[in-house]
Design a protein around this ligand. Structure first.
Ligand code: HPA
Ligand code: ZN
Length: 329
């Protein structure tokens, strides 16, 4: 059994496997532009973040009903259980659905129907992180936060995702302040493709408590010192970074450098159906390609709970499970 871990950077829409995409398309009377599963898989070849996002948003069209969202989340949780996940803080992109006429109620009712059984079925605790699309207007993000107010029992945090370059965090200062006032945690994608200055903005203007990706912090030594001192977690996604060409190859991934700098690094899967692996596959790839040893992988698993929004007692309990686990692969 893989080592117990938390998954803190997972887009539920990015867990849509090709087979499920075809099943849902058929159920909803839709025709995908790809002839079959193999043809769709061949389209999973990306040159940058935008080339991935184009397919990611297009394929979401198959998600129409509550049952579709339930099936999506249930399939993810089944896989997560096999990968040793004990806690998942799950991103979803409301605007990607509401902007094509699917109500926020449909999305949240569908997802939470699956999340409600995951503790009993798999021993996985869950929460949702509502992400704003940074390539859409900030007014739309404010409207989305307003619409989400009846559902805040299921939502622990807000996040910021989608196309990073030329869409700086500073544009979302007001909506993040409003989220803070509602008692929500704040996280933000920054420094995936965008510059280190976007990480500073996420910290200083959005009050981000975790940085999603954050690998470009290494361009700014003051920022690295700051992240180390404050132990602000980074949710790093190695297989994603290689597939989207933020990093040329896995052997050149900066994760060891981030750990050596004393940062609170976690390993996550981002959009596993598109990037060739779920969270434990990422751990294993770090062992195979970067030579991370059992001690380092165990530290990454501990970090995943430390960096979570779980209460301190639950963190301590899960970290004790990590320590009691035999070798992490
Ligand atoms: N980066 C930014 N936005 C995203 C991603 C990502 O890797 N995946 C889904 N939305
Ligand atoms: Zn992401």
């Amino acid at each position: 059994m893989p080592i117990p871990k938390a998954e803190l950077h997972i887009h539920i829409e990015g867990t849509l496997e090709p087979e499920l995409a075809f099943t849902l398309a058929h159920r909803n009377g839709l025709t995908l532009p790809h002839t079959d599963v193999d043809a769709l898989k061949r389209a999973y070849s990306f040159t940058d973040l935008q080339s991935f996002l184009d397919l990611y948003y297009a394929l979401m069209d198959v998600l129409r009903t509550e049952a579709d969202f339930t099936d999506l989340a249930r399939a993810y949780l089944d896989r997560a259980a096999q990968q040793g996940v004990r806690h998942a803080e799950i991103f979803f992109d409301p605007q990607a659905h509401t902007n094509r006429g699917i109500s926020l109620d449909t999305v949240i009712h569908g997802l939470t129907a699956a999340l409600a059984t995951s503790q009993d079925t798999h021993g996985i605790s869950t929460t949702l992180i509502l992400c704003f699309l940074r390539d859409r207007p900030a007014t739309e993000a404010l409207d989305t936060l307003h619409q989400a107010r009846p559902h805040l029992d299921h939502i622990s945090a807000v996040g910021l995702d989608s196309a990073e370059i030329d869409n700086p965090p500073e544009n979302f200062t007001e909506v993040f302040a409003a989220a803070r006032d509602l008692g929500l945690h704040r996280v933000a994608h920054a420094g995936e493709e965008g510059p280190a200055s976007y990480i500073w903005q996420a910290l200083n203007l959005l009050g981000a408590e975790r940085i999603d990706h954050g690998i470009r912090c290494l361009d700014d030594t003051d920022l690295v010192s700051h992240l180390a001192t404050t132990q602000t977690p980074l949710t790093v996604c190695p297989l994603s970074n290689v597939r989207l060409r933020a990093v040329p190859t896995l052997d050149q991934h900066p994760l060891p450098a981030l750990m050596d700098a004393g940062l609170l690094v976690t390993v996550n899967s981002d959009d596993p159906s598109y990037f060739g692996g779920y969270v434990h596959d990422n751990y294993q790839a770090l062992h195979t390609h970067l030579g991370l040893d059992a001690t380092q992988l165990r530290q990454l698993a501990r970090n995943s709970f430390t960096a979570s929004f779980l209460p301190p007692e639950r963190k301590a309990q899960l970290i004790a499970e990590v320590d009691a686990h035999p070798d992490p692969w």
